[in-house]
Design a protein around this ligand. Structure first.
Ligand code: FAD
Length: 436
């Protein structure tokens, strides 16, 4: 019997069947589509902790995708290995008309996709990719001279002037689900097969109550409140769609929309300035003589700095894999400025611990706090962790939850004096930036 012709849709940061741009385009063509997911061994091998909440989150999302496909009479083809090798295996087994996927803007992903595209094209198989993860990508929002924005406010203005229903409308993937290949399900790899163990992951809900978003502008800065959406992990892995999220923001709260625009902004920055992955956006900041005291770093990681808001944040991160945005800013600023530790150390720690870890947003957040990024906090503005506590956790509810001993004599003494550290940071930054 002749091998039937099929197309492949490759899932990556878009682990959903609904409103998925690339999947919609693949299904619409009319050639049966095999949905594929690859556990990329190059990425998994780099994860030092074998109990990784992200891997478990992906694993759950893949099981759920596979179940949904099974209900449609289809299956999810799941592989574990190097993408190029998997594709080389697939083209020997199947007659592939085309491979479809969605854009991924991280430098590693760009290289991987270029290599896969080159390989497939050599075998006369087109590789079609689509924008799905953001509303505006690459050079869709630029300055009038065509150059990328590096300051958020004018970028946001342009974003808001450009967006219309075309950019946020959903792709009706559900209309074409009969195009999935019909196949009985295949066993999926277990976490153990992938070399990982179960974690204490508690998956945040995929939907957010409209009430939270409606009051977001008033509640977003208070870590003790359920005042933010907690959708970050779902936006990270595409278990929800950014277009549907933006539609909700447009309806309910412009301040929340603003945060979603920051998300597009940082993805755009990473795409145009990939050097930020390893160095400062503003090169002068690569010359700051960091003290990098390993003992101080260990205290920061463990949440034992003697500053209650910093410690609460770090303990929340260590226990849950999440940290409130206001507190992320405070702990990041504390590491770079109070302790004069290289922001890349903090960035790497967050990258290992955050369930919603995203290179673009994490790098943007860290460079903002260190002062080295585009549109960053000026170097001479040093958050006072005590003033931040008074302002945003006045009744100490958040601090009491994570640092119950904070008022007792058992609580650590401050690792550095605030006023001393503030002056030291300003002088150190000033000297390095003047010399540059
Ligand atoms: P909400 O406040 O409800 O916001 C809605 C969505 O908007 C978020 O889910 C997220 O997708 C996006 N968003 C919000 N704020 C930002 C922002 N400043 N930059 C980019 N996108 C934003 N966010 C990540 O998704 N992954 C990270 O790895 C990450 N690392 C960070 C590191 C530092 C040092 C800082 C200061 C911020 C970081 N952020 C990161 C941004 C922000 O803290 C989180 O997106 C937010 O706390 C997630 O909670 P939420 O889903 O309730 O967000």
């Amino acid at each position: 019997m002749d091998t039937p012709i099929v197309s492949i849709f490759w899932f990556r940061r878009d682990l959903r069947l609904t409103d998925n741009a690339g999947l919609y385009h693949a299904l619409k063509v009319g050639i049966p589509v095999i949905p594929l997911f690859i556990y990329d061994s190059d990425i998994l091998e780099q994860l030092s902790d074998r109990e990784d909440r992200r891997v478990q989150f992906i694993h759950q999302a893949i099981e759920s995708l596979a179940e949904s496909l099974q209900l449609l009479g289809s299956y999810l083809l799941v592989k574990h290995g190097k993408p190029l090798e998997i594709f080389s295996q697939l083209i020997q087994e199947k007659k592939i008309a085309a491979v479809y996927t969605n854009h991924d803007y991280e430098p590693y992903a760009q290289q991987r996709d270029a290599a896969v595209e080159h390989y497939l094209n050599k075998h006369a198989i087109p590789f079609h990719t689509y924008k799905d993860q953001v509303i505006f990508e690459k050079s869709e929002i630029t300055k009038p001279d065509g150059k990328p924005y590096t300051v958020f406010t004018p970028y946001k203005k342009r974003w808001l002037n450009t967006v219309n229903s075309f950019y946020v409308k959903s792709y009706p993937t559900e209309k074409y689900t009969s195009q999935f290949v019909t196949m009985p399900p295949e066993p999926l790899p277990t976490l153990k097969d992938l070399g990982f163990r179960e974690t204490d992951l508690r998956t945040p809900g995929k939907s957010v109550t409209e009430k939270i978003i409606a009051h977001y502008d008033k509640t977003r800065d208070y870590p003790a409140l359920a005042g933010t959406s907690r959708l970050s992990v779902h936006l990270r892995f595409g278990t929800i769609s950014i277009r549907q999220t933006v539609q909700l923001a447009q309806k309910l709260n412009v301040t929340w929309l603003n945060e979603l625009i920051w998300r597009d902004f940082y993805h755009m920055i990473l795409y145009h300035f990939p050097h930020v992955e390893s160095g400062a956006f503003k090169p002068a900041y690569d010359y700051i003589p960091w003290q990098n005291n390993e003992n101080h770093f260990a205290h920061w990681c463990a949440g034992n700095t003697g500053y209650p808001l910093v410690d609460a944040g770090m303990r929340e991160l260590n226990v849950t894999g999440f940290m409130h945005n206001r507190v992320r800013m405070v702990v990041a600023s504390f590491l770079c400025k109070h302790l004069l530790i290289d922001w890349r150390w903090g960035e790497a720690y967050f990258a290992a611990k955050l369930l919603d870890y995203d290179l673009a947003a994490n790098n943007g957040g860290w460079q903002w706090a260190a002062g080295s990024g585009c549109d960053a906090a000026p170097y001479f503005r040093v958050f006072s962790p005590l003033a931040q506590l008074q302002k945003f956790d006045k009744q100490y509810l958040y601090v009491k939850k994570w640092v119950p001993e904070w008022e007792s004599s058992n609580y650590s003494k401050p690792l550095v004096d605030h006023e001393f550290a503030r002056k030291r940071a300003i002088n150190t930054y000033k000297a390095a930036l003047t010399e540059y």
